[in-house]
Design a protein around this ligand. Structure first.
Ligand SMILES: [Ca+2]
Length: 101
């Protein structure tokens, strides 16, 4: 049986390919595919970002090689970045509630 971490890694791969295969090049995300992915899979994050240009900004940041497509490697850096931000919130939350684990 896969562990929680293995399941999380599998989810990242499945989500990426679910959206990447929608149109055009099947193993990269176009701007539209990235937008769909963020709206459906990162809705909580997008809601806290009031700026409507967020997707464009993120697309530009992610597209390290500038080909207008987000590869799996480029997508992973988004997930890692968000995970680091979430972990920092989690630590702040722990400090606030005084919980020790
Ligand atoms: Ca790219």
């Amino acid at each position: 049986m896969p562990s929680d971490l293995e399941k999380a890694m599998e989810s990242m791969i499945m989500v990426f390919h679910k959206y990447a295969s929608k149109e055009g090049v099947s193993n990269t995300l176009s701007r539209k595919e990235l937008k769909d992915l963020m709206e459906n899979e990162l809705a909580g994050f997008l809601k806290s970002q009031k700026d409507p240009a967020t997707v464009d900004k993120i697309m530009k940041d992610l597209d390290a090689n500038g080909d207008g497509q987000v590869s799996f490697e480029e997508f992973v850096s988004l997930v890692v970045g968000l995970s680091i931000a979430c972990e920092q919130c989690y630590q702040m939350h722990l400090k606030k509630t005084g919980a020790k684990k």
